[in-house]
Design a protein around this ligand. Structure first.
Ligand SMILES: C[S@@+](CC[C@H](N)C(=O)[O-])C[C@H]1O[C@@H](n2cnc3c(N)ncnc32)[C@H](O)[C@@H]1O
Length: 215
C-alpha cells in the first residue's frame, strides 16, 4: 500500500487526530518568523489538509499559495483553511519535474521521510527557488542514540517505509544545489505510537538561494 492510499484513508480524521500532537508546523513557524521574509509566491509540497499552508498564510497573508499533495482526499480539505490557494494533486517529484514555475518560498513539511529518494526531491525543489528565495523543510534525521531513529529505514503500518538521513547528508545535498543555510532547529514533531518508541525528532531547516548578482 502506498503512502497516498494511507493518507487518503486518514484524511477524514487527520485534522482531529493531529490536533495538539503534530508539532512540525509550529517549529517551522519558529524558524521562519524571525527572518521576516516577504515572499510573494509560496509553494507548499506535501500540503496534506492544509495545516502547513494555514501557518504560511498566517505568516504571509499577501502571498499567492500553491499546494501540492498526491492524496486527493487530504488536499480536498485544504481550500477551506486557505481560500484562494491553487491546489495540485501530484507527488512532489512529478509536480516539480513538470513545472517551469519558480517560487520565493518553497516548503516541504512532513513528507521527506516518506520519499525513497530525498536527494532527488530536494534537488528538484531547490531548482524551483527563485534567486533571493528560500526553501524550508522538515526531515527526520538519522540519530546515533540507539532509538528507533538510529535505523536508516523503518517499516510502519505494514509496508510503508520511513527513511532517515544524516543531517550532514541533507546539508550537503542543499549546498550542492546552491543553497545556503539560514536557520535551523531540532525538536520533536510527534510522539510515536509504538510502545517505548519515544519522540520523532525532526530537523527544521531554512536555506536561501543568494540573489543573482547585478549585471
Ligand atoms: C504528515 S502529512 C503532512 C501534511 C502537512 N504538510 C502538515 O504538516 O499537516 C504528509 C503528507 O505528505 C504527503 N505525501 C506523501 N508522499 C508524498 C510525495 N512523494 N510528495 C508529496 N507529498 C507526499 C501525504 O499525502 C500527506 O498528505
Amino acid at each position: 500500500m502506498s503512502w497516498t492510499v494511507v493518507y487518503d484513508a486518514l484524511a477524514a480524521t487527520y485534522d482531529a487526530g493531529t490536533a495538539g500532537t503534530w508539532q512540525a508546523n509550529r517549529h517551522v513557524a519558529e524558524v521562519l518568523r524571525p527572518q521576516a521574509l516577504r515572499p510573494a509566491r509560496v509553494l507548499d509540497l506535501g500540503a496534506g489538509t492544509g495545516q502547513t499552508a494555514a501557518m504560511l498564510r498566517a505568516l504571509y497573508p499577501d502571498a499567492a499559495l500553491t499546494l501540492v499533495d498526491p492524496s486527493a482526499a487530504m488536499l480536498a480539505l485544504a481550500p477551506e483553511k486557505v481560500p484562494g490557494a491553487r491546489t495540485f494533486v501530484a507527488d512532489a517529484e512529478s509536480f516539480l519535474r513538470d513545472t517551469d514555475g519558480s517560487w520565493d518560498l518553497v516548503a516541504a513539511v512532513g513528507f521527506l521521510e516518506l520519499v525513497p529518494d530525498l536527494d532527488r526531491v530536494l534537488g528538484l525543489a531547490a531548482a524551483r527557488v527563485a534567486p533571493g528565495g528560500h526553501l524550508v523543510v522538515s526531515h527526520e534525521p538519522l540519530l546515533d542514540d540507539g532509538s528507533v531513529q538510529s535505523r536508516p529505514v523503518s517499516v510502519v503500518g505494514g509496508a510503508q517505509h520511513v527513511h532517515r538521513r544524516p543531517r550532514t547528508h541533507v546539508e550537503d545535498v542543499a549546498r550542492s544545489c546552491g543553497l545556503l543555510r539560514t536557520a535551523s532547529l531540532e525538536a520533536p514533531a510527534f510522539v510515536r505510537s509504538g510502545e517505548g518508541e519515544g519522540d520523532a525528532v525532526y530537523e527544521y531547516v531554512l536555506w536561501h538561494r543568494p540573489a543573482a548578482p547585478a549585471p
